[in-house]
Design a protein around this ligand. Structure first.
Ligand code: SF4
Length: 179
């Protein structure tokens, strides 16, 4: 069996889901026998390559996230929504309780810690979209790994099933602690 290619991506999240990936500890060696991690926040590169599996942490909160997740979908055979922010919006979507304008004003104009009092506006800076969205509202998602963060056991189970060309058994997955 030829080795598959994996990418891991981090959108509007706190990196906790990626920490759970690392918590697979020595089982990462089992994954490495079956797949190469060709892109991740650690193995970075400008371009997103064609991959078999993309694990995406975080919700869609900016114009750049929107472009990125659509590009990832086009170049990934299987897309996994990793963690509650990707699955439901979770913490990232708390911003939806107020308007985008109110959130920006609170962060940049009213926050006691911000002395400049200017909302940054530059082509290099990502623009917030009106509403934070879970991944499936933007692109087709093949598998969901819930949890905040998801447990390393559950991540390993889903990943090892997919890398061995098996369909993860959701009933089996439910027996594994979510996070
Ligand atoms: Fe962080 Fe939890 Fe969101 Fe993962 S699901 S990015 S651990 S807040």
């Amino acid at each position: 069996m030829s080795k598959k290619k994996i990418a891991t991506v981090w959108l509007a999240g706190c990196s906790g889901c990626h920490m759970s990936l690392l918590d697979m500890d020595e089982r990462i060696l089992d994954v490495a026998k079956l797949a190469d991690i060709v892109k991740s926040p650690i193995v970075d590169g400008k371009n997103f390559p064609e991959v078999d599996v993309a694990l995406v942490e975080g919700a869609v909160a900016s114009d750049e996230h929107l472009r990125e997740i659509k590009h990832i979908r086009e170049h990934s055979k299987i897309l996994i929504s990793l963690g509650d922010c990707a699955v439901t919006g979770n913490v990232a979507s708390l911003r939806n309780l107020v308007t985008k304008e109110a959130a920006l004003a609170r962060a940049y104009l009213e926050a006691e810690s911000n002395e400049q009092g200017v909302i940054p506006d530059s082509p290099e800076i990502q623009k917030l979209i009106d509403r934070v969205m879970p991944l499936h509202e933007v692109v087709k998602v093949d598998y969901y790994i819930p949890g905040c963060p998801p447990s390393a056991d559950l991540i390993f189970y889903v990943l090892s099933e997919i890398l061995n060309d098996r369909v993860p058994n959701l009933d089996q997955g439910k027996k594994i602690k979510y996070g």
